[in-house]
Design a protein around this ligand. Structure first.
Ligand code: TYD
Length: 215
């Protein structure tokens, strides 16, 4: 890449949607085209943000964080991640493929958590100058299929994953509403099928951005 800013792609969706697998497959496909790629995730991605991740997913206090403190911690982790990793990579001309970004805060804390979209967007404006992905890939699937994938992983649920089904339904509805409100910014894809089948959908959803990318 010569001098052009890289593209920023975020994968979003509920638990078990296959975001990490798809982020990895996309990064491999981009590298095969000669594109420089940074893969990362939220909460996390830098040492500071990973330290905040540990606080969020296993709160030191048994009562957990208040909704406001939780939203601030996600925004603080994101501010460090954007300033230290994401913006420098984009400015170098690399693509950034991120497993979750601010739309997770909008869906979980803003929607399901009840803080509202304006509050989350205000934190993002302050923390990260409102950085938006060039495209958000929203992976959506039936509740049963995603739950089956999760139980197949055999990991204990973290503080957020372990919230009731009603919370996760609100998350899914909030993601759908965000995507409906911004059809240019979001590609809603069916998360069901083999990883390769979903990967083919991801490449098709990025066709316009991929045209002209790479060596
Ligand atoms: P993680 O293990 O990264 O999620 P996944 O289940 O997708 O592998 O854990 C992150 C958890 O944090 C997940 O439950 C979603 C939640 N989360 C928020 O509530 N708000 C946010 O802004 C982000 C980035 C994640």
């Amino acid at each position: 890449m010569t001098g052009a800013r890289g593209r920023f792609i975020a994968f979003e969706g509920g638990e078990g949607a296959g975001k990490s697998t798809q982020a990895r497959l996309l990064a491999e496909a981009l590298r095969a085209r000669g594109v420089g790629v940074v893969t990362t995730r939220e909460p996390g991605g830098t040492p500071g943000a990973e330290a905040i991740r540990a606080l969020l997913l296993a709160p030191p206090d048994a009562e957990g964080w208040t909704p406001q403190a939780e939203a601030l911690l996600f925004a603080a982790a994101r501010a460090d991640h954007v300033a230290r990793l994401i913006r420098p990579a984009l400015e170098r001309g690399d693509w950034v493929v991120c497993d979750r970004f601010v739309d997770s805060s909008r869906a979980y804390q803003g929607g399901a958590g009840g803080l509202g979209d304006d509050a989350v967007l205000a934190l993002h404006a302050f923390g990260s100058e409102g950085l938006r992905p060039d495209r958000v890939i929203l992976l959506e699937g039936g509740e049963d299929a995603l739950a089956a994938r999760l139980s197949g992983r055999g990991e204990a649920a973290d503080a957020i994953e372990g919230r009731p089904t009603s919370y996760h339904r609100k998350v899914a509805a909030a993601f759908a509403a965000l995507a409906e409100a911004d059809p240019q910014g979001f590609a809603r894809l069916d998360a069901e099928g083999t990883p390769q089948e979903v990967h083919t959908r991801v490449l098709a959803a990025l066709g316009d951005l991929l045209a002209g990318a790479g060596a």
